[in-house]
Structure formats: structure tokens, C-alpha cells
Design a protein. Structure first.
Length: 410
């Protein structure tokens, strides 16, 4: 059942970062600037971010099967509409619909893990789930670049949309919310005395916790930077400053996603066996600062070093993702979806805001040149962007330090 849900999450992760490899094709197709490309990339995250808290409440109330199945179907419909779009506005709305549908899947899996796995397996399962996300990101690099060159970006997205519909069908048919007899109904969560939980009380207990907001801000900063630098501007950066082809540049983004693929399960496994969750978050955030500080200082380090830095940035993202486990530990199981939704909501607002901000920064440093229909940005522009990422990293480090020092028993 976890595998069926995880496949839907893989498809969501693919669509989430596909604009990095398709950046040149989308720029040509819709005749857009870097700021508009940043907005198009971000459109996925507007509904995605806004839906995280409602999605958490929904999975707590109605269970992972129905919520994830419906969301995956909507995501597929949006992917098909994106593939068939003929203007920037239509593509923006279609990609936003993909984000709307995909917004519930990760939280549904986390809620599923609360019911079907032991507490000391939760971080590992969360890490494996995020590893699946990385695999989707890997498929959205060189494999997508090859597919787009052979059958075109529109046909590639049509295939993904069709797979989403098939995935939704399998979720409805095979996933169960909790280990109960088939004759039992899947009812909302109950309180300890057997009565239904109060939505108002649930929201008050979650939103009133400063730890949840600190974890969310940490997620905002790290996700915003990684999805922007590696998920969107990584390929143009390598193409413009290193004179690489899109296909070759995408290999370095692929290396970054391999880091997330390895790091997430590994950090989860270590956390479940050491219970050093907040310490691992702190260490991961510190390394993140070092990575982007190095890129900002050097600008154009040797290509092999760029690959190492991209790998490391995404590897430690797996450690930062332990924020979900920390949040779960500090709140009751019956509001775990709401807790995860709040943390993810704040995090994905970062993924929505930071790309547009960095797009505006790069537009300031436009060289005036256009190569193959794509604007070329200066060395200084990319260094400034990496500097912004470094500042964000230090702000995230302050959050991680506060979380580590503030321990609230569950």
C-alpha cells in the first residue's frame, strides 16, 4: 500500500521540478522572461502551499485513501491541461492545478505511516518517502531531457498525466487507511474517550505551538532555496556559465537528486536508532550554509566540485526533513496530519516565493544576450543569487538551533 501511494508521490515530484529541464522549451513556447519563467515554475507551489494545512486536516478526518486518490486524479488532469496549453496564462493555471492535486499526497503518506508503522519506524518511512521524491526528481532530469528531445515536452507531460490517472485508480482500489476488518467503516479519528476530535481544538493545539512555526520557517528557507537553485536555475546556470548542453547540465541536477535519494532514508534510519533528531537537523542546516556560501564565494568552481556541492545540498535536505518527525513527536497522533500540513505549508510558500525573487534578481543582471531564445545572465547575477541562498541558510540555522534547544515532550 505504501508503494502505491509512493508511486503517486513520485509522479508529483516529477511534475514539481520538470520546469528546470524544460526551461528553454517553455521560454520558447510561451515567449517569456526569467521572471515569468520563475512565476510559471512557482505556480505549482501556490495552491500546493496553500493546501497543506487543509490537506493535513482532510487526511486526519477522511483518511489517506480517499484524499490521495482524489488528489492524484486532479494532478493528472492538470498535467494533461499543461501539455495542451497554448498560452502563458493557461499553462500557469494548469500547472497550478497540478500543484493543487499533488498537494495532498505527501501528507497522506505521512498519515498512513502513523497508522501502519511503529513510532520508531516513522523517520525511516518518511525518509524513504522523500527518497521516492528524489527519484521523481532524477527522472525529471536527463531522462526527461531525452524524452523531450525525442517526442517533445508536450507529449512527455501527456504521458505523465495518463500515469497519474492510473495511479489514482490503484490508490482507490488497494489502499486502506488503517489495519481494520474490511467490514469496518473508515471513520474519523477519535479522542481517548471515544468521541470525535474537535477541529477547533486540533487547530488550536497545532497552530498555537511555536515549535511548529519554527519548523515551518526552517522548511520555508531550505526548500525555497533548493527548489530554486537546483530545481529551476541549476540547469541555466551551468548552460550559461559553463557552456554545457541542457542534457549535460541536467546530469548535475540529477547528481543533486541522487543526494536526496540517499540522504533522506539514511538520515531517517540514523534518527530512528539514535533519537538525535534535532541534532541531525542542526548539523544538516550548518552544512547547507557551507555549500551555498562556497558557491557564492567561488561563483564558477570546477564542474566536478559543482556536482559535489549540488549532491551535498540535497543530501542534507534529507536531514532537514526530520522536521516532520520532530513535529510528530511533539504532538498527538490524531493531529499528525495537521502538524505535517502546517510545516509543509510554510515550507512550500518558500518554494513559491523564492523562485520569483531570484528570477527578478537575475533579470537585473541580464547581459542583454539571448541564446536559442533564452536570456543569458551574468556571473555576478548568479553569485548574488547564491549569496541570497547563503543568507537564507543562516536564518534556517538560527531556527534549527532554537528547535534543538527547545525540547517539548509529547
Amino acid at each position: 500500500m505504501w508503494s502505491v501511494l509512493a508511486f503517486g508521490y513520485l509522479l508529483m515530484s516529477f511534475t514539481r521540478v520538470s520546469t528546470a529541464v524544460l526551461a528553454e522549451s517553455l521560454t520558447l513556447a510561451f515567449n517569456i522572461t526569467a521572471t515569468e519563467l520563475g512565476l510559471l515554475h512557482s505556480s505549482f507551489f501556490y495552491f500546493y502551499a496553500a493546501m497543506q494545512l487543509p490537506a493535513g486536516v482532510l487526511v486526519d478526518r477522511y483518511g489517506p485513501r480517499r484524499v490521495a486518490g482524489t488528489g492524484t486524479f486532479v494532478m493528472g488532469f492538470g498535467a494533461v491541461a499543461f501539455a495542451m496549453s497554448d498560452s502563458f496564462l493557461v499553462s500557469f493555471l494548469a500547472r497550478a492545478l497540478v500543484g493543487f492535486g499533488g498537494s495532498v499526497i505527501f501528507l497522506a503518506i505521512l498519515r498512513f505511516a502513523v497508522t501502519w508503522f511503529r513510532a520508531d519506524e516513522y523517520a525511516t518511512v518518511t525518509g524513504l518517502t522523500i527518497g521516492v521524491s528524489a527519484l521523481g526528481g532524477i527522472i525529471a532530469t536527463t531522462p526527461l531531457a531525452i524524452a523531450a528531445s525525442v517526442i517533445g515536452w508536450r507529449s512527455s507531460m501527456l504521458v505523465i498525466g495518463s500515469l497519474c490517472v492510473v495511479s489514482a485508480l490503484f490508490i482507490f482500489l488497494s489502499v486502506r487507511d488503517r489495519p481494520v476488518d474490511e467490514t469496518d467503516s473508515e471513520s474519523p479519528e477519535l479522542t481517548a474517550d471515544g468521541g470525535p476530535t474537535s477541529l477547533r481544538d486540533d487547530l488550536r493545539s497545532v497552530l498555537g505551538g511555536s515549535d511548529v512555526w519554527a519548523l515551518g520557517i526552517l522548511n520555508f528557507l531550505i526548500l525555497g532555496v533548493n527548489f530554486t537553485i537546483i530545481g529551476l536555475w541549476g540547469v541555466p546556470y551551468l548552460v550559461h556559465l559553463y557552456d554545457l548542453s541542457v542534457a549535460r547540465a541536467s546530469l548535475y541536477v540529477l547528481v543533486g537528486n541522487v543526494g536526496l535519494l540517499i540522504g533522506s532514508p539514511l538520515f531517517g534510519w540514523i534518527a530512528d536508532r539514535t533519537a538525535a533528531h534535532t541534532a541531525l537537523v542542526l548539523i544538516s542546516t550548518l552544512v547547507f550554509c557551507v555549500v551555498f556560501g562556497t558557491l557564492s564565494a567561488l561563483g564558477t568552481p570546477p564542474l566536478a566540485f559543482v556536482g559535489i556541492l549540488f549532491f551535498t545540498a540535497m543530501f542534507v535536505n534529507g536531514g532537514v526533513s526530520l522536521a516532520f518527525t520532530v513535529g510528530r513527536q511533539r504532538h498527538p497522533d490524531e493531529v499528525s496530519g495537521t502538524v505535517s500540513g502546517t510545516i509543509n505549508s510554510v515550507g512550500y510558500f518558500g518554494a513559491a516565493v523564492v523562485p520569483a525573487v531570484m528570477g527578478m534578481v537575475l533579470d537585473v543582471f541580464w547581459t542583454g544576450k539571448i541564446v536559442d531564445g533564452t536570456p543569458v545572465y551574468s556571473f555576478t547575477g548568479y553569485r548574488v543569487a547564491f549569496g541570497i541562498a547563503t543568507v537564507a541558510g543562516f536564518a534556517a540555522l538560527a531556527c534549527a538551533l532554537w528547535i534543538h534547544q527547545t525540547r517539548r515532550p509529547r
